[in-house]
Design a protein around this ligand. Sequence first.
Ligand code: DC
Length: 225
Amino acid sequence: MMKIAVAIDGPAAAGKSTIAKKVAEQLGMVYIDTGAMYRAFTWYCMYKGVNCEDEAACCALIPEVNIELKPNRVVLCNGIDVTREIRLADVSFNVSFIATYKDIRLALVDLQRKMAESDSVIMDGRDIGTYVLPNAEVKIYQIASVECRAKRRYDENISKGIPCTMKDIEEDVRRRDYIDSHRDFAPLKQAEDAICLDTSDMTIDEVVAEVIRIIKDKTEQLEEK
Ligand code: DC
């Protein structure tokens, strides 16, 4: 297959990473979970005892943070395996502050663009189609109802042994939807040329098949040119 970039954006817990990971495996592409990068940065601020609401103090850590995404969704921060820690509730809460800080976003976007330079990538996040990779060949905006997203995130946490309640998760999803779509710099929004996919009533396999169909159609069109 020709080298392409696929951007999958959408609100919290819409199942983007589950889909992106499976599609990447099936098509032999590199999967980049940008949310995990914001989470790893947040984890580092907390690890250093820095208040995540203190923008200047968090941004001051930029030069010393080194985030690596490894196979099987393993995330390293300065060599420490933080794969599990970054999914815990306190990181999920604080990441929405960190993700509003422009300097941190610029540093992580720079890293994301570099990651997309040499391979075919499927990158998921909030601003991939609008800001990080505006020339991505395929852009998908994946949505689902709040109730549906909360239930999926709840099931995922429970299966990983992460304690939570449906009520807390639903509140967190609503809160993050608001913060993600109202920040000044690179907010969550559908790119004009993105295909919107409402997955509320779809199974994971159905969404994966649909995304693969969209990617194959697009690559065929591009190869014909
Ligand atoms: O997708 P996620 O829940 O792991 O994302 C964690 C947080 O990072 C979420 O609050 C939104 C933010 N984020 C962002 O602002 N831009 C991205 N490209 C990816 C995530």
